[in-house]
Design a protein around this ligand. Sequence first.
Ligand SMILES: [Zn+2]
Length: 112
Amino acid sequence: MNAQDERIARNEALFREVNERIAESAQRFESHEAEFVCECADQESTERMEVTVDEYERARADGAHFLLRPGHVDSRVERVVEHRGGRFAIVEKFNTAIARMVRKLDPRTESA
Ligand SMILES: [Zn+2]
């Protein structure tokens, strides 16, 4: 895999870790929604989205799915699988090198 793909995968995995902590505390306080961070590859992106815990869990069901601000989708590496108006989009990595790496970095898989 090339360096750019690797950077994309690592960035998104990092933002996913941040969101896992946010989801944990939302569940601890029994709140139904939380402000999650955009999981796009742009390190400068610090945008947040109001997402329900259920919606977040749906995104996390697949290790190659990520939660993004609608305007941050990079159509070169991912396709939208679910759209929630202007609030957020769930995308799937179709770039196989990136998908393989983000699945490996998924904290929810046994092999991670
Ligand atoms: Zn973003």
